[in-house]
Write a protein that binds this ligand. Structure first.
Ligand code: ZN
Length: 285
């Protein structure tokens, strides 16, 4: 299985930058990198997409996914919807230049309306179809990432899976992030019964043992893969049972832990690699 480093993991480390991540991820053995939206924006203020493409062209490390397009759904006006499409239209030429083929899309949170699950699903299906109309001709896929917090509109595996199966396009799949999976008590049985081809992003991490739904069970409680209380065997066995493609989809380490931001970029990336490699060897081989 290929290993991928998500830039969120080192985002606030001292000396952090696009190039610091790229060089460290290459040095410690990662195959892929997931580019974080704000790090890419910062980089492009002083560089071009062509420069980034040239770097990837001369190294083993390659871009995997964009992490991510924020708050794509439950837009209440045409103007708000158009902003999402405009953002995609801005990003697509960049991704074509650097060879990035998957965009993680993050649902909206803290909405005013007391929307039902069905209303949220219908809206998300419509939006994803419009977004795929823009991305699909470029060979770019969308990975819907459910966010395991009560404030998010799409916060469980089953809801996200229903949405991507209703969209029913090869270019629209979903992300499974172990922390989000744990944090809203998604069910491994739903994964085992799903079409594994719909899972096109896998985010590895772990979690502190805090109550499901607690407002303080947030991203800061993420741990390195293997270091926390998630039932890793149950989730990875379910992924294997559904036909999730471990050859095609890399295992991407994604943590946002303040304590890990105290490490240097080098220490952070090195630790991320060791933890991810050990996790994959234990649960996916
Ligand atoms: Zn994630």
């Amino acid at each position: 299985m290929k290993l991928c480093f998500n830039q969120g993991s080192s985002d606030h480390c001292k000396g952090h930058s696009m190039m610091a991540d790229l060089e460290a991820a290459e040095r410690y053995g990662f195959d892929y990198i997931d580019l974080r939206f704000d790090v890419l924006d910062d980089y492009l203020k002083g560089h071009t997409a062509e420069e980034l493409a040239a770097w990837f062209g001369s190294h083993h490390l390659k871009p995997s996914s964009y992490s991510g397009l924020l708050f794509f759904n439950w837009k209440r006006t045409d103007e708000e919807k158009q902003k999402v499409f405009d953002e995609l239209n801005r990003l697509i030429p960049i991704f074509n230049t650097i060879g990035l083929r998957t965009i993680a899309v993050i649902p909206s949170c803290d909405i005013k309306e007391h929307a039902s699950i069905e209303e949220i699903k219908d809206d998300a299906v419509w939006m994803l179809n419009r977004m795929a109309d823009l991305c699909e001709p470029h060979g770019i896929s969308l990975a819907l990432e459910f966010i395991g917090m009560g404030s998010f509109t799409i916060n469980r595996f089953d809801t996200a899976y229903d949405i991507v199966t209703a969209v029913n396009r090869d270019s629209v799949g979903m992300a499974v992030d172990l922390f989000h999976f744990y944090a809203m008590a998604s069910n491994p049985a739903d994964v085992a019964a799903c079409d594994g081809k719909k899972i096109i992003n896998l985010h590895l991490n772990d979690a502190e043992g805090l109550p499901i739904g607690a407002p303080y069970l947030d991203d800061s409680k993420r741990l390195w893969p293997g270091d926390g209380c998630i039932d890793k065997k149950a989730v990875t066995d379910a992924l294997k049972a559904c036909g999730f493609d471990t050859d095609a989809i890399p295992a991407a380490v994604e943590v946002f832990r303040p304590e890990y931001y105290g490490l240097t970029v080098d220490e952070n990336v090195k630790t991320a690699y060791e933890k991810t490699k050990a996790f994959v060897e234990r649960y996916f081989s």
